[in-house]
Design a protein around this ligand. Structure first.
Ligand code: SF4
Length: 330
């Protein structure tokens, strides 16, 4: 690891100003950043530690939702009594990711901002457009079993690795951002970007901006929300595909539907066409089949991940069916 200076920020303003300086990174949990620094992918001259700042609380909002500070640890959020009761899919999504040790240290902001990547990104013996723009994407024609089937470009076919982010996308979360130019809020689904011809950028954050909180709106239907993750082994494995589904039933018909997919795209993928289709329908095999087909419309599998298309469709049918029946473990 290359040597660097280390400094604790005393305020968010100090951190955002320092972040405007060249070759500067902020560190909180460090679970993704240190991995990258150890293999020389990131070589900052200075690290600004924000872990002692006060964005580490989970608070009720005046609207009846929750405001989650960006420095809340993953374990703290997954174990929060209100989250478990009102947004159980969020708790289950977090607990399905990484390991207990990583979840104890990793922050919510860091989970959201971990790099979208594939194994080639970490191996400097290969080219990678995300690491070095214009160098090439070996995953597009190489080993791409874990890679994207939706929204990819010929520049990058990586998928966003977070489970938590798939649940946040389905929950209509809002992201609070602070930077040298002030504060702003954006829908969570607008934070991450598709690769296009600039795969080096994972999000729409501007230089110097930091996430300070995530806001969950009140959502009574979320109590029946489901997070279903399919993976190669039962722990410490990224999703092959995952589904966050929140379905609200009224008089035996679907009143509202929220559907987000993980493991399939460069960002948590909200399946809006399928959601619209579901409204007003009965929950039967034909409805679920059509919704799943709509959600995967436009899928472009690579040489080794064609199985993800059918796997995702089946996961969607299962997750919607469980949510429509009141939720629970998928
Ligand atoms: Fe790099 Fe993206 Fe290609 Fe992976 S898929 S090698 S991260 S450019």
């Amino acid at each position: 690891m290359k040597s660097f200076t280390y400094q604790r920020a005393q305020s968010i303003q100090e951190a955002t100003q320092k972040l405007m300086q060249a070759r500067t990174e902020v560190i909180a949990g460090g679970t993704n950043l240190l991995d990258r620094m150890k293999v020389f992918l990131d070589e900052p001259d200075q690290l600004i530690d924000i872990s002692r700042l006060s964005f580490n609380q989970i608070q009720p909002t005046s609207q009846g939702g929750l405001r989650i500070g960006a420095l809340v640890r993953n374990t703290q959020l997954a174990d929060d009594a209100t989250v478990r009761q009102n947004y159980p899919l969020l708790s289950r999504a977090i607990l399905s990711g990484a390991s207990q040790q990583i979840r104890n240290v990793a922050t919510i902001g860091g989970n959201i901002l971990q790099r979208t990547r594939c194994p080639y990104y970490y191996d400097t013996g290969f080219a990678c457009n995300k690491r070095k723009p214009g160098s090439g994407c070996p995953a597009a024609t190489g080993l791409n079993r874990m890679n994207a089937i939706l929204g990819a470009s010929d520049q990058c076919v990586a998928v966003h690795p977070s489970d938590m982010c798939v649940a946040l996308a389905a929950l209509d979360a809002i992201v609070e951002i602070e930077g040298a130019k002030g504060k702003r809020q954006i829908p969570f689904t607008d934070l991450h970007r598709l690769p296009g011809n600039q795969p080096q950028f994972d999000t729409v954050l501007q230089p110097g901006e930091l996430i300070t909180a995530v806001i969950l709106p009140p959502m009574s239907a979320a109590k029946s929300g489901v997070y279903l993750k399919l993976r190669d082994r039962s722990s410490y494995a990224f999703a092959l595909v995952s589904v966050a589904a929140i379905v609200e039933i009224s008089q035996n018909k679907i009143k509202t539907a929220r559907l987000a997919l993980g493991g399939v795209a460069h960002k948590p993928w909200r399946a809006t066409a399928a959601e619209q289709f579901l409204i007003g329908k009965s929950v039967d095999d034909d409805t679920l089949q059509q919704a799943a087909t709509l959600a995967l419309q436009g899928a472009k599998p690579l040489a080794y991940n064609g199985f993800k298309v059918e796997m995702t469709k089946r996961a969607i049918r299962r997750a919607i069916g469980i949510s429509a029946n009141g939720g629970g473990l998928a």
